[in-house]
Design a protein around this ligand. Structure first.
Ligand code: ARG
Length: 564
């Protein structure tokens, strides 16, 4: 039970139906700075106008109508109603709830099972997966988990960039300068090499571009050799992407890349024609978007070739028909914000059901140790290497701190990869972030390993405690540190809801840091394992903390080892 919700309810009953809504009340409730002002306070100033009464009068009148028996006490101070929660009862309720519900604590049914395709990760074939794609992968994965926790049915769709004129270039380049053995040995690096060479050469030999265009046309028409090479490049690229996904612990429900929509683009174009939305502009076909204050969207090139957006239109039609989505999410970097506004506008004009609930979920740039990532400049920081570096660093830390730990290797992977995922997700999505690996791997501070370590600490206490009767929590925990931890535990369900409404995993990450901090303060102040009347209650608190920390990390896609 969320204590703020409990106070909201009390006020809603006292105010009656035609005053404030429960959301409005919830918003207004404050956390007083002084403990003498109670745990929660409700200011009545804003009611004065509509009720034509002085705020302190309103407060006293309301107090008379509130059922105070569920609180320690409720008092009026000036314009405020101060609520003192019945700590024993409240703690008992929160802790038994969490222990009963386990990992399902905080689950709700707001989504009513609605399908939510999430377009995520979506790297481009024959290119290294970038740190931007990493962000899309881990943000998308976490949002999928948060959606599930809120009763939705997410469909993780890796919309691979596996189609477009660049494949004409790649095929031409491979046939001129490539060989099979090299591609097999090190597919991505060699395919990139051919591609880069193509761009160097075509400056002096523009005829290469014509050749590439022809080859891509052949590919679109199903030419056997072109198709065979394309399939092979795709397969080799996927193999190397999958290694990274496995390390990150992310999987997908479907890999329908852009190529899948190659033979499904006519329908969208027909709808655009039927609705008279296509206009000719310098030989090409565009949709004018003046009324959205946007530039025209180019749908077909002058030679009839389709574009990125043509495939996205086909994708939207397909997803509408296949999933009848409650929402359509696209986890793609901020640099494509303008593009997604155009896409949404075009789909709106087409009258597509998906348009209204299309959400572009942008995120900022990521740099590693101050360095930007790019494939063009030649200096490529491979995600794979960043992950391996993190795992190695974690290994060193474990070697220092806990050399006797069983399955050190597996824990090092969980900690190293967890540090990267957490280091990304703790930031508000749209912020640009710079990653200093060493910082993210510290066991203290705002890091994944810190939260993991707090969870492992709780588990270690529980191991030492042996068998505990978790259901006898009726004894009130007397220390203020316990109360802070219990308050944090009680807000988890509302954090789960708001992280979902905002598509913002950082709310969960920040919450987990808050809970871990409160718990560590509690740990430092109390003898948890002492043999007295509060032992059960203290250990129930530890159990609840462990459960909620683990579930928070799980919602971020970070593993929580029991020992580290
Ligand atoms: N492959 C694209 C890129 O790397 C991202 C695709 C995003 N999804 C989409 N439906 N447009 O930039």
């Amino acid at each position: 039970m969320d204590y703020k919700a409990q106070v909201t309810n009390s006020l809603l009953n006292a105010l009656g139906a035609d005053s404030l809504s429960s959301a409005e009340i919830y918003e207004k409730i404050e956390h007083p700075k002084e403990i003498t002002m109670g745990d929660l306070a409700f200011p009545t100033f804003t009611l004065a106008k509509t009720m034509h009464k002085a705020p302190n009068m309103i407060a006293s009148d309301l107090l008379a109508k509130i059922d105070t028996s569920i609180y320690e006490k409720v008092e009026v101070k000036g314009a405020y109603i101060n609520f003192f929660l019945d700590k024993a009862q409240f703690s008992n309720e929160v802790l038994t709830n969490i222990i009963d519900e386990g990992s399902t604590y905080g689950q709700n049914d707001n989504g009513k099972g609605g399908n939510v395709p999430i377009d995520m990760s979506s790297p481009n074939i024959a290119k290294p997966i970038s740190m931007g794609h990493l962000r899309s992968t881990v943000i998308g994965n976490s949002i999928a988990k948060i959606l599930t926790k809120n009763g939705y049915h997410p469909i993780k769709d890796n919309h691979l960039g596996d189609w477009g004129t660049q494949f004409g270039k790649l095929i031409v380049a491979y046939k001129k300068w490539g060989n099979e053995e090299d591609v097999k040995k090190d597919p991505i690096n060699n395919l990139v090499k051919y591609y880069v060479k193509f761009h160097q050469e075509d400056k002096e030999h523009p005829e290469l571009d014509d050749e590439a265009r022809e080859v891509f046309k052949k590919l679109e028409d199903g030419d056997e050799e072109a198709t065979r090479l394309w399939e092979w490049f795709r397969e080799e690229s996927l193999k190397s992407f999958n290694k990274i996904y496995a390390k990150l612990g992310v999987d997908f429900d479907t890999y329908k890349g852009e190529a899948f929509y190659n033979d499904k683009m006519n329908e969208g174009i027909e709808i655009l024609k039927d609705k008279n939305l296509l206009e000719e502009s310098q030989g090409a076909q565009v949709v004018k978007l003046d009324k959205y204050d946007l530039n025209p969207a180019l749908i077909l090139k002058s030679d009839g070739a389709t574009l990125y957006i043509t495939r996205d239109i086909a994708t939207a039609i397909y997803r509408d028909r296949t999933y009848h989505p409650a929402m359509n999410l696209y986890v793609v970097g901020s640099e494509q914000t303008y593009y997604f506004r155009q896409l949404k506008a075009v789909l709106t004009e087409m009258g597509m059901p998906s348009a209204a609930n299309l959400h572009h979920i942008p995120f900022g740039l990521i740099t590693v140790n101050g360095k930007k990532l790019s494939t063009r400049s030649g200096r490529i920081i491979l995600l794979d290497e960043v992950l391996d570096d993190a795992i190695e660093l974690a290994q060193k830390q474990i070697e220092e701190k806990n050399p006797d730990l069983p399955n050190k290797e597996e824990v090092a992977r969980q900690v190293g990869v967890g540090a990267i995922i957490f280091g990304d997700l703790k930031n508000e999505r749209t912020n640009n972030i710079d990653f200093v690996l060493e910082d993210q791997l510290r066991f203290e501070g705002e890091t994944g390993p810190y939260v993991q370590y707090s969870h492992a600490r709780a588990e270690s206490i529980l191991r030492k405690a042996g068998t505990v009767d978790f259901y006898h929590v009726d004894k009130q925990l007397s220390d203020p540190e316990a109360w802070e931890t219990i308050q944090a535990l009680s807000t988890f369900p509302s954090i789960v809801e708001s992280a979902c409404a905002d598509f913002e995993p950082s709310e969960i990450a920040k919450y987990s840091l808050r809970l871990a901090k409160a718990f560590n303060k509690y740990y430092a102040h109390s003898k948890i394992l002492a043999d007295d009347a509060e032992r059960n209650a203290r250990l129930s608190l530890v159990k609840a903390v462990s459960t909620v920390l683990k579930e928070s990390l799980n919602l971020l896609g970070v593993e929580a080892p029991d020992e580290m």
